[in-house]
Design a protein around this ligand. Structure first.
Ligand code: UDP
Length: 353
């Protein structure tokens, strides 16, 4: 089986690469290394069934060449991370819309199966107890970058669905809810590596807003095998399927767990949103998946306990700063130097502990 992974040098993509090589696949990773890193692929670089191609999904000809002759394509390449999206809306839009169209075309031409990674962001501000795949999308202004991202991923899904209905492309869509694990960087805003890294360095844990917003974190080790099974399940083609964690936790609650599990001396600092992000950010209070369809189609069970995830993420970070890098508050993603936190709006004020 020959598999292509766009975005394979990223956090989820690199775990998927290892998993598919372990299954005996030949794997080609296409990645422009904009947010991913070859460091993530260090464990597979010598594998004779592995090949890395550096390039963008916006390069239509290259995407066509790489995908030709493959059996399946896992399309994970995207501009992700709230911070990056808010700061670079144009690049994000182009990558997420035009890039996906290139991948859809290439998969169709190759006769390959496609797994399209989408996101729970498509539900926007819907705070339902249990979001199923038919739930309404409640989006804010199209001029706010966060909703533009949600809009772009929604367009991707609509494109994929249309390729399935009009051309018969075998494409399954997965909506991922806050996937976390080793190799995820905090540089682009993701809370989990940020908090774990801060706790390990003995710095205050930065909790934005009132910290009562909730998420359901899912472990990459639970997600990756389910992604592969989804691509292999004909009943999933033409559909979108949620995959998220089963435990709802507030961000303040997460910060407390991180400190507890890692036995850290850190305190917790509440930071107002306007000091944390560039304009265009709006948070969502709650996002709870209904995993029923994923359970039915591929026996998905998010079993790894949160405390174990925290320990795994902490254990994977290296002293040199690989992993768990901090985001730069209010500033640009690109000048994130690794460890240092720069506060745009002065020193953090509220100590919640
Ligand atoms: N967040 C936080 N501290 C951080 C980074 C993020 O409190 O250092 C908050 C963020 O405002 C949001 C939640 O954590 O309420 C999850 O953020 P993330 O960007 O990881 O995921 P998403 O908002 O896309 O679910």
């Amino acid at each position: 089986m020959k598999s292509i992974i766009t975005g394979g040098a990223g956090f989820i993509g690199s775990h998927l690469t290892e998993y598919l090589l372990g299954q005996g696949d030949e794997v080609v990773v296409l990645d422009d290394l904009s947010t991913g890193s070859l460091r993530n692929l260090a464990s597979v670089s010598d594998n004779p069934r592995f090949r890395f191609v550096q390039g963008s999904i916006l390069d239509r000809a290259l995407v066509g060449q790489v995908v030709a002759g493959s059996d399946r394509v896992f399309h994970l390449a995207a501009a992700v991370g709230v911070k990056l999206i808010v700061e670079e809306p144009l690049t994000s839009l182009r990558t997420n819309i035009h890039g996906t169209e290139n991948v859809l075309d290439a998969a169709l031409a190759a006769g390959a199966i496609l797994l399209l990674a989408s996101t729970s962001e498509v539900y926007g501000k819907n705070t339902a107890d249990s979001l199923d795949e038919e739930a309404d999308r409640i989006l804010g202004s199209a001029l706010k970058s966060r909703w533009t991202y949600a809009g772009a991923k929604g367009i991707d899904e609509a494109f994929a669905h249309a390729y399935w209905t009009e051309y018969g492309l075998r494409v399954a869509i997965v909506r991922l809810f806050n996937t976390v694990g080793p190799r995820q960087t905090g540089r682009y805003g993701m809370v989990f590596p940020n908090l774990v890294g801060q706790a390990q360095r003995g710095e205050p844990l930065t909790v934005f807003g009132d910290g009562r917003q909730t998420r359901c974190f899912s472990y990459v080790g639970d997600i990756v095998p389910a992604l592969v099974r989804l691509a292999e399940t004909p009943a999933a083609y033409g559909r979108a399927v949620n995959m998220g964690g089963s435990q709802e936790i507030s961000i303040l609650g997460l910060a407390e767990r991180v400190i507890d599990v890692l036995d850290s001396e850190s305190s917790i600092t509440l930071i107002p949103y306007d000091e944390a992000y560039a304009p265009g950010y709006e948070d969502m209070r709650r996002r709870v998946p209904n995993n029923g369809l994923a359970r039915e189609l591929v026996a998905f069970e998010p079993l790894t306990p949160l405390d174990e995830v925290i320990r795994n993420v902490a254990g994977a970070a290296t002293p040199g700063g690989a992993g768990n890098e901090a985001m730069t508050l209010g500033g640009s993603s690109h000048d994130a130097s690794g460890d240092a936190l720069a506060f745009a709006g002065g020193a953090p004020r509220t100590d919640a502990r």
